[in-house]
Design a protein around this ligand. Sequence first.
Ligand code: 0R9
Length: 641
Amino acid sequence: MNEKIKHYNDDDIQVLEGLEAVRKRPGMYIGTTSERGLHHLVWEIVDNSIDEALAGYCDDIEVIVEKGNIITVKDDGRGMPTGINKKTGLSTIETIFTVLHAGGKFGGDGGYKVSGGLHGVGASVVNALSTWLEVTVYHDSKIYYQKFENGGHPVEPLKEIGTCEENRTGTTVRFKADPEIFTETTIYNYDTLAKRLQELAFLNKGIRILLRDEREEEKKAEFLYNGGIIEYVKMLNKNKEPLHEEVIYVEGVEDDIEIEVAMQYNDSYNASVYSFTNNINTYEGGTHEDGVKRALTRIINNYAKNAKILKENDEALTGEDVREGLTMIISCKHPNPQFEGQTKTKLGNAEVRKIADDVFSEGFERFLMENPDEAKIIIDKASTAARARLAAKKARELTRRKSALDTINTLGKLADCTSKDASISEIFIVEGDSAGGSAKSARIPATQAILPLRGKILNVEKARLDRALSNEEIRTMITAFGTGIGDEFDISKLRYHKIIIMTDADVDGDHIRILLLTLFYRFFRPIVEGGYVYAAQPPLFKVVYGKNIKYVQTEEELAEYRATLPASAKPIVNRFKGLGEMDAEDLRDTTMHIENRVLRKITVEDAMLADQIFTDLMGDDVTPRKKYIEEHGSEFDDLDV
Ligand code: 0R9
């Protein structure tokens, strides 16, 4: 029986039903069909090339975005096997691209699959969600080819289409995402692609990854880091002042679990610790991160005591103290990772805690012994942080006194809501007293609180907690939120589950929003992570046409709306210069009332990128800040802190 040309037997029908299930519920396989899900297709394919590279057979990967948003991924690995799979009777390639979860089972020769995106669903899902997909394999001097159409249906079986040079091997996958699935967008974002490919190149030293965008004027980037995460740390510290020249690097393997850590202190007050498992950013941390952090605190305290830098009676340095100004990347490669947490980005494997601790403490202890000058710098930094922490504790007590809330209420700084149920309470942080006034008249007093900001708030990029606490606007916010701050922060005490930043739709408004987001990101990160922070989106125009009133947010929307009106219609268009200019009714109808308003949730999706932007924008050097504001204007919304 010639299995190769037989089509649509029972097995095939099962296969097609499998792919149909993916098309019916794409969210179950790739999380979402938004722009993010679209990019997920690329990661799934690239991950297969990365696996081949980690197996030691491939060192070049190319990603091309062609006109029409067609993606090509090429690697120079062994080429996918071209034989027939016994179980399915189809070629291995057709099996991989049409049988759900086939990839994982087929991977061979004792190695394990390190990559595999968050969902790790593989090539068949990409095929199912594509209008068409082509795979070309170079192998044994031959070129093999197969094409699939309409969500994964093979056009023909795999066939040999020519010959190639003997030493040419590799796999190329080319596909077009199906617009019927990706209804929001099928347009790839160059920066998103570049950022993730660069991250993959940092995390997998020695692999060259090329990105080429052929859609408009050609853009390309090449990522190759022989130093791996050492170079990653250097990049993150690029705009900071490192306290020691060399990046500290530790690596080790235990029970097939690989731990790699690179770190360098800088003169800032923030910790930037990022962890990964099998190339996935574990935003929520987990056992690898816990193990390394625990070891860092213990080793520094021990060293400081032995070297008599820390006296017998001195209080021990805390985790926060030893991480002040630390930039650190932790990368774990695990044969069987268990991801937990709200967003499945927390490593759960219990055995990793001790392994990470062992590997890191051995290497880091040796570094301190061999480099006493650097050791002293690190301990001095942590000790200074400890002193500042004690000073902040005193200042913080001021914000925590029972009467503090009453005081800000009676001083008219806060117009609180009457509800004590945080889940329905909202606080609008409003720029300026006049907008604050309109907001107070427009609000629903039961559930909406208004906090007008009077002065400019402090730029906290360059301030420790103790100095931040000397700023009155910041103290007022802490008191209003109810959570406390620093190591006493308690999210369960948050008094409002929506913290809404309401600023003008202009450059000043953007600036104030950035300052607030910096503050929240640095000192109240759990409220950002918890999804409690929002940006209000006030409209730019009010259009009155006869009896119709329409509010629109952008010039483009205005043009779109005009186009829907009769040709000779002359609507009255009023441009709002700022929130202060809107009357209470406009403000209520457009920006505050639950039914009409558009709120944008601020996420920490990309803490790493945000950290960089914040450093660039808020550091001592004003040039990048000015440039960013000039270039982006109100696009600050895309910052996605
Ligand atoms: C352009 C995107 N690249 C790939 O999708 C790709 C998959 C792949 C591969 C092998 C080599 N290169 C690849 N590129 C491979 C793997 C194995 C043996 N030979 C070749 C193996 O894992 O043992 N494959 C990934 C899965 C499979 N091949 C297999 F299941 F078909 F074997």
